[in-house]
Design a protein around this ligand. Structure first.
Ligand code: FES
Length: 276
């Protein structure tokens, strides 16, 4: 599925539609989970998944018709914000991940349709039909969940792509360059082993961050620096994630995690870094 280029036509059109539909930066940050420090979509899906699985269990028990219908209505309503957050995250993924994500979303859309039909059937008194539609929904949602797991655990969508670089830095303090070779209020990139490190300085104070963007490894060293002093931020040139240079805090998504900071010190005019 990751290689299925035939999905790209639909995928590209949907990506453009999602981007056009969710324009305000605040809304995008809200749905990405930038304010939370973790992606929001996996948090939101817990409610519909829990409600739908519980509905299936109650459907197997006698005398639980009302409780099952209540849970099903809860799950169906809770699926809407989960779906919105998922689409916004999906629109900023690489093509391979978007292909899998498209089928994941398609399966979940079919499941939601089945659950909605199940709810309507139950509300009109056709309980047996409602139960059958509910079990069909659970089966299709299971396929969608499997693909969601593949996206998260095999393709690492939504994980902090910068974190592995920290482990590849030297454990001991290691010289990077001279303080004088780093221009003030601009970012420079220096390689430590094969790990690119982003360095920013004002006077004698220096900060160092992993240079590969935590969202999809974009080159932060090529990003624009905005703002002033220690409130200055670097904007990723790939999808616009914005990180504060003093502490790595994510200010705007699509990244939902902070950019990892690297311990740094200045000794006799030389900048040194080490693993946290
Ligand atoms: S790689 Fe996507 S925002 Fe940096």
């Amino acid at each position: 599925m990751e290689e299925a280029r035939g999905l790209d036509g639909v995928s590209d059109k949907l990506q453009a539609a999602v981007t056009a539909a969710v324009r305000p930066q605040r809304l995008r940050d809200l749905l990405h989970g930038t304010w939370l420090g973790h992606p929001l979509h996996p948090v939101l899906v817990q409610v519909p998944v829990g409600a739908f699985v519980s509905t299936a269990i109650l459907d197997l028990l006698p005398g639980a018709r009302k409780a099952a219908t209540t849970l099903l209505a809860t799950g169906t309503a809770a699926a809407v914000p989960a779906l919105a957050a998922g689409w916004v995250d999906w629109s900023q993924l690489t093509p391979e991940r978007r292909r899998v994500g498209l089928v994941h979303a398609g399966a979940n859309a079919v499941a939601l349709g089945l659950y909605t039909a199940s709810l309507l059937a139950r509300l009109s008194g056709r309980t047996a039909r409602g139960k059958a539609l509910g079990f069909a929904g659970l089966t299709v949602a299971g396929l969608g969940a499997y693909l969601g797991g593949h996206l998260a655990y095999a393709q690492a969508a939504g994980t902090n792509q910068a974190a592995p670089d920290l482990a590849r830095l030297p454990a001991e303090w290691t010289e990077v360059c001279s303080l004088a070779s780093v221009p003030e209020r601009r970012t420079v990139v220096r390689l430590v082993g094969d790990v690119p490190v982003l360095i920013y300085r004002i006077g004698d104070r220096v900060s160092a961050l992993v240079e590969r963007c935590g969202h999809e490894t974009g080159p932060l060293g090529e990003g624009e620096v905005t703002g002033e002093g220690w409130n200055a931020c670097v904007v990723c040139p790939w999808h616009g994630s914005t990180f504060r240079l003093s502490d790595g805090a994510v200010v705007h998504g699509p990244a939902a995690n902070n950019q990892p900071m690297i311990p740094v010190r200045v000794v006799a005019g030389r900048i040194e870094i080490r693993q946290p």
